[in-house]
Design a protein. Structure first.
Length: 122
């Protein structure tokens, strides 16, 4: 089975940071200063699993029968949506589709952050 990867918008930044072929000490230091595993995955493993479930549920809803991907054409109101989900969490932590509202808040927050880092207006 051959795995085909689709380039992600803004991936040039990640490529610069995580390209192991680079001998530039500045780039190497930037990689060390970006502890994705020890500074994120190890801190929040259960929360990240919930965000992944949320992502899949959204893909299944908006793009049934398609591989998991971020369809940016269907998500442009990250700040309004995350605020609605935060408010809804106070009423009932679980949305009508069975996904935790806080997972939706985190997913929308990550989307907003990603767009901001790419220089997009949010």
């Amino acid at each position: 089975m051959k795995l085909e990867l689709t380039p992600i918008e803004g991936a040039e930044v990640l490529e610069e940071l995580f390209n192991p072929a680079s001998n530039d000490k500045t780039v190497a230091q930037k990689r060390k200063d970006t502890p994705v595993f020890s500074g994120v995955l190890k801190y929040f493993p259960d929360a990240l699993k919930e965000v992944a479930k949320c992502s899949k549920a959204g893909n299944d809803q908006h793009n049934p029968d398609k591989p998991l991907f971020w369809d940016r054409s269907k998500s442009g109101d990250e700040l309004d949506a995350l605020t609605r989900h935060l408010i809804d969490h106070s009423v009932d932590p679980v949305d009508t589709d069975g996904v935790l509202h806080l997972a939706k808040v985190a997913c929308r927050s990550l989307a907003a952050l990603q767009k901001h880092l790419e220089g997009q207006e949010i």
